[in-house]
Write a protein that binds this ligand. Structure first.
Ligand code: RRO
Length: 310
């Protein structure tokens, strides 16, 4: 059984890797991903300058998932660029996530990263929900078009975008019509569901400190929304744009569902945070077992082949 796949022009030995966010901020965390079964190394979203992020507690999880308002803590994009050569030792692609606080910042970062070797792709985050006063670009269609107009000029590295979840069929179509105009190589669906609220009944309190408890929701809570977004964009985007699934995948069966909806690869966020880097080997085994039961040899045997009820 072969789990190999592609993310844009980049080849991966397996279709499972880390989502940007959990445990991918420091050199040690990225090395850990390098040593694991993760098919790629994807960094925490980076900004022009180092950020310490929002005050703690800023992450909480329960049996159903997670809520976070990290506020983009990261070492600054240059740190992740400087790691690119040493990350080559792990013989897997190295992806940098970029989440500038302005279009101008994104352009500065992409222009510089364009000159750096050994970066296999950039995932431009258009969907951070947690920086007070900064709207999610992906919910502003006009703004998204302006951003893509500019960022697509820097295309030496494979460029993909990370989208927020959408909930209306018209919005899927509007966003797909915009993306289809640009040389985007992959689209990652989805970021956390923004500005949810998790409450502790005992204390009658919110569970995270920033923004009075409002934060991005991940894990089981969001799997149906993530699958719907993967499916919609798989059906609406150009054939040469790969869909990367992200949202609620914690076992082989969840990854299978994402691929059935059309994902070429699947990222693990909340479950990687919970379990650590051993999750990649476990989930890979589970996916292979499920494929064996179904007599599938490769991802292409079932990718996108979700059936409707006739
Ligand atoms: O750092 C964060 O607060 C954060 C980001 Br940039 C993001 O894209 N998604 C998220 O759930 N948290």
């Amino acid at each position: 059984i072969n789990l190999s796949t592609t993310v844009g022009a980049v080849s991966l030995n397996s279709c499972i890797y880390n989502a940007s966010g959990p445990k991918c901020t420091t050199k040690e965390e990225l090395e850990n991903i390098g040593k694991s079964f993760s098919a790629a190394i994807l960094t925490k979203s980076s900004t022009l300058e180092l950020r310490t992020g929002n005050p703690s507690p800023r992450y909480f999880e329960n049996e159903l998932g997670s809520i976070n308002s990290m506020g983009l803590p990261n070492q600054g994009y240059q740190f992740y660029a400087d790691l690119a050569t040493s990350m080559q030792q792990y013989n897997k692609p190295y992806f940098i996530s970029v989440a500038g606080l302005s279009l101008e910042n994104n352009l500065v970062m992409l222009k510089h990263l364009n000159q750096v070797d050994n970066i296999d792709a950039i995932e431009l985050n258009l969907s951070c929900p947690n920086v007070p006063g900064k709207p999610q670009t992906g919910y502003d269609f006009e703004r998204t078009q302006q951003v893509l107009d500019q960022v697509c000029k820097f295309d030496r590295h494979s460029l993909g975008i990370k989208l927020p979840p959408y909930f209306d069929l018209i919005h899927f179509r509007q966003m797909a019509d915009i993306i289809n105009q640009y040389p985007i190589k992959f689209v990652t669906c989805v970021n956390s569901i923004g500005n949810g609220l998790v409450i502790d009944v005992n204390t009658e309190q919110v569970v995270i400190k920033p923004k009075n408890g409002f934060g991005g929701v991940g894990g089981d809570y969001i799997k149906p929304t993530a699958l719907a977004n993967v499916r919609q964009f798989y059906l609406l985007l150009r054939d040469d744009i790969d869909i990367i699934g992200s949202g609620g995948a914690k076992n082989g069966s969840d990854v299978f569902e994402h691929i059935l909806c059309g994902a070429s690869a699947v990222q693990i966020g909340t479950q990687y945070m919970r379990e650590g880097a051993n999750c990649f080997e476990r989930i890979e085994k589970e996916l292979k077992n499920l494929m064996a039961q179904k007599n599938y040899q490769s991802i292409d045997d079932f990718k996108g082949k979700l059936q409707s009820i006739s």
